[in-house]
Structure formats: C-alpha cells, structure tokens
Design a protein around this ligand. Sequence first.
Ligand code: P6P
Length: 333
Amino acid sequence: MSGLMTLSRFNLQRKRDYEGASGDFTLLMNHLALAMKIVSREVARAGLLDVLGKTGEENVQGEQVTKLDVLSNEMLIEVLNDLPMVAAVASEEDEQIRITRAGRLTGRYLVCFDPLDGSSNIDVNATIGTIFSIRKRETVGREATVEDFCKAGTEQIAAGYCVYGSSTLFAYSTGDGVDGFTLDPNVGEFVLSHPNMRIPELATCWSANVGNARNWLPETHAFVQHLGSGEGRYKKMSLRYIGTLVADVHRNIIQGGVFFYPGDKKSPNGKLRLLYEAHPLAYLVEQAGGKATDGVRRILDLVPNGLHMRTPLVIGNGPEVDLYAELAATRRG
Ligand code: P6P
C-alpha cells in the first residue's frame, strides 16, 4: 500500500505543501472524485440497465437528454449539495445555478461542470467524460449569483476532467501542473498514473468535425491546408476526432495535437460552452504547456456574458494555436 499514491493521499500531501491550508479544498476534490467513481460505474453498466437512450426531455441547450446525463448531473449535485465549502454549482444541464444546501451563505467555492460531455456517444460505447472548474467567490454571507460565476477563466483556482474510456482517468490541476489518476476498480481508488502531464513538443494529429467544412471561414481552410502540407512540423499528421471534446483534448495532451471547433458562417460563436468546457480545458492545457484561443483572444481572458455562452475554440500545441490566430488576424486584415 505504501507505494500506492492515491488521489486522496496526493491531495493530503498537496495540502501539507500549503501550510495552514484548511483542508476544505482537499475535501471538495475527494468528493468530486467520489461522484466520478459513481458515474464511471453507471457508465460501465449502462448497457445492462435501462439508463441508455433518451429521456425525451431537452436540456437548456435544446439537446436531447439521455438518462446518463440526468443521472450524472444529479449525482454531482447531490455530492456537492452537502459540502459546507461549496456555495453554488452551474451545470451544462441546468438553465440556472443551483444554490447548495450546506454552503449557501458561507461556502467559498463555486463549481461549474459538464456532467457528461459527449453524450451523443453514449449509445455507441465511445469515450465520454466529465469536465469541472472551481472558482472562489469574493463575498460570502449571501447566496451566490450568476454574476459570481461569470468571471474570466484566469480566476479559476482548479479544473479537471474524468474520461470514461478503456479505463477511467481523472486529471486535474490547481495551477501547479496537471496530474492524472487511473481508477483501480479492485481498490476503488484513483491511483497516480500520469504525474506532471505535459503536451509533447510536436502535434501528431488534428481534431475537427470536417462535416462542417462547407461553413468554415477562410482561416480554417488555410489552417487545414498547413496541417496537411507534410512540411516541417507537419510531416506526420493524422486526423483523429472522437466527437467528445474532453476525450479529444485528453488524447492531444498525451500525444500532442490540436482540436478546433471554430466559429463558422452558420455558427459565428461555434458550439462549445465557455464556462464549463473551454475555460477548464484551456486552464488544463495551459498547465500542460499548450494554448487555447477563440481565434482572437486567449480563452482564459474571456469573460462569460451568461452561464451558457458559446465560444469558438482552438486548443492544443502552442505553435498550432498561434498559427490559427495568425491566419485569422490576416483574414481580418
Ligand atoms: P459535433 C458533444 O456533444 C460536444 O458537446 C463535444 O463534446 C464535442 O466536441 C462536440 O459536441 C461534437 O460536436 O457537431 O462534431 O457532433
């Protein structure tokens, strides 16, 4: 057991690193990990139970809601509801924020999450995931408001994700690099498997829904031309697209790559949401040595105008993200 660096022991060690830390954050992270272990169990057995398929309802995004979406959302909210340090949560699945039971007045933390990203992949057994972001609110003694959540991504104090794939991997950062933990189902613990995750120097793939190419802007077409040129950095480039944002981004952190879901002629603001998708993943990719832009500005500098604001997203190796931004600037003139 002594060699087993579990998430809990890792968090405890980190708390020790921050003299005088209250332990609140460690408790919050451990509860988030608990919720993801439960989601992982439900995802693994969804095919056996009646949790596949749609509930027939639509979420705030106007997307068909699958039962696992609902279950994951309720699971995360239930776990966070009883934590005195959490004041409120914002979820991709809910139009409004939810004020928590235990921390509604005195809680310092605000948690945003996409409970089950990639839900369109549930029925085909492709990798899906959970994305979360943690902020600290400036004032306590009152209930949190939407405005408390709508701050720049640079104000996040932590972010992470859990991918439910061939194994379940939990990765997070508190601003001191990214560490990955793989769930050992026999022990029921996340065990340190990817210490200090760093995006490789070279991108090996690009990830985009080429089905949207007819709507792409000139800079996106020019970008793909560069990536496919076979020259310089692009001697060996493949196209890899899972269709689950967090899975595509995770692969690109491990293998090197750039993901883009840009603004186009049909959807100028793209499809992905800023607060609980782009902000946390941009935080993590920057911590792993990469970059993230909306094509004009650094994602972490963007301030949401609402919980569900969409943003164009280009994220991964720094040189490729910079190249996209240069091409976009050239087109704007
Ligand atoms: P498209 C999943 O529904 C999601 O929100 C992201 O996880 C993913 O990157 C994107 O949509 C895929 O969208 O239009 O390619 O199916």
